[in-house]
Design a protein around this ligand. Structure first.
Ligand code: SF4
Ligand code: SF4
Length: 398
């Protein structure tokens, strides 16, 4: 086979944490030690070979790249110190940019140099919305105690739709829509690339119901149970950070849905349901427990990452740190805004709440291009893994 190495891709991998790539002498210890690699489809040795040859098309269509849980066992046992775990992380980061849409936003989210612009976009959007809404004010202590942040963007008399919700929905739904379209495009391209590489015919396809029940749902159950994380050897601490983090996001999602239902559906007919939740409201308790779980989870991951970098087991990359900083920012600003409401400091509370909105918008907006994207890409790869083993996944017959 005539291989044309993509030198710019190799350079990218080296700069994105895969600087030890060329140390590999292909002994396959990593594939033997990887707890997630199967006997018939081993990884990450083949990915190390492809990477050193710059075979990017092979790598971004390779489900194993996305099935890796970055446990680091392969790097620990590599006799040459080649750190395949970091190389696979760099490939994933490249793939999210390649598959990302719009490409300008995807490229923006690849480098710490762009952080001022990444933060600046939501700051400007939310600030302009605040100006347009005419809601710019610092409430009195009484108003702050009665409404919390529910009049951050002001208040109007139209009872069927609160002004605050209108502006928050405008900002967040726009960000979520961009993220959803980007993920849809990216995951579709990934699926087609994986299918083509595996030689799977597109003529015999499952229905939507079959796809969800046979491939997607079992993958989601496996993810929630953290079955594969529990296989990690050297970094078995990761599950202690990742699991509370995932449960925290599920908890906060439930509270957000309930809050919208309570205020904007039930509250329209029963005005007494409007307003911030009381401290002992079960959903408020869930929100606070989730926020604490989120901060605990991110503390564990932060500590693990710092230890691993100090020990020289992993490289310091923007890809790995952005997700940690971002989740910490969401948790700290959210919890601080809540505490400031309890103790009644509206001016500081409003500033912190502004920062909270900025961090939440960043989370949604950059989700498809940063390490957050693994939520969707890994789920897709796990579904594909089941799909290719099923009767649908048989190679096309010529
Ligand atoms: S990355 Fe290390 S363990 Fe894996 S094949 Fe290369 S030298 Fe061997
Ligand atoms: S990081 Fe863990 S899951 Fe990923 S290839 Fe290495 S050993 Fe396997």
């Amino acid at each position: 086979m005539n291989v044309q190495p993509d030198l710019s891709f190799i350079k990218y991998l080296k700069g994105a944490g895969g600087d030890t790539l060329k140390k590999c002498y292909q002994c396959a210890t990593c594939s033997v030690r990887c707890p997630l690699s199967s006997d018939d489809k081993p990884f990450p040795r083949k990915e190390m070979i492809w990477s050193s040859w710059g075979m990017k098309e092979n790598l971004i269509a390779d489900p194993d790249v996305f099935l890796c849980h970055q446990c680091g066992d392969c790097s620990t046992y590599c006799p040459r110190g080649a750190k395949p775990s970091e190389v696979l992380g760099a490939i994933r980061s490249f793939a999210y940019t390649m598959y990302g849409w719009p490409s300008g936003l995807a490229k923006l989210a690849t480098s710490a140099k762009n952080l001022p612009i990444m933060i600046g976009i939501p700051v400007v959007v939310i600030f302009v919305m605040w100006l347009i809404s005419g809601g710019m004010h610092i409430p009195s202590r009484e108003d702050f105690s009665a409404h919390g942040y529910q009049q951050f963007f002001g208040h109007w008399e139209f009872k069927w739709y609160a002004k605050n919700i209108f502006f928050i929905v405008l900002i967040m739904v726009s960000s979520v829509t961009i993220a959803a379209v980007s993920l849809y495009k990216g995951l579709t391209r990934l699926w087609k690339a994986m299918s083509a590489k595996a030689g799977i015919s597109s003529t015999y396809r499952p229905s939507a119901v079959q796809f969800v029940s046979q491939f997607l749902w079992p993958s989601l159950v496996e993810i929630v149970k953290h079955n594969r994380f529990k296989e990690c050897g050297t970094n078995d601490d990761r599950v202690r950070g990742h699991l509370p983090l995932m449960l925290a996001f599920i908890g906060l999602f439930i509270v957000t849905c309930w809050s919208l239902l309570k205020n904007d559906v039930i509250g329209l007919f029963a005005p007494s349901w409007h307003g911030p939740m009381l401290f002992f409201d079960p959903f408020k308790i869930l929100a606070n427990v989730s926020a604490i779980a989120l901060l605990f989870g991110i503390f564990v991951l932060w500590t693990n990452r710092t230890k691993s970098e100090s020990a020289g087991d992993s490289s310091k990359t923007f890809y790995d740190w952005f997700v940690i900083w971002e989740i910490a920012a969401v948790g700290i600003t959210g919890l601080s805004a809540e505490v400031l409401r309890w103790i009644g400091i509206p001016s500081l509370g409003y500033i912190v709440y502004f920062c909270h909105l900025v961090s939440v918008m960043m989370l949604f907006l950059y989700l498809p291009y940063t390490k957050f994207a693994h939520i969707a890409y890994r789920t897709t790869a796990m579904s594909f893994e089941k799909y290719r083993e099923s009767s649908f996944g048989k190679p096309a017959v010529e």
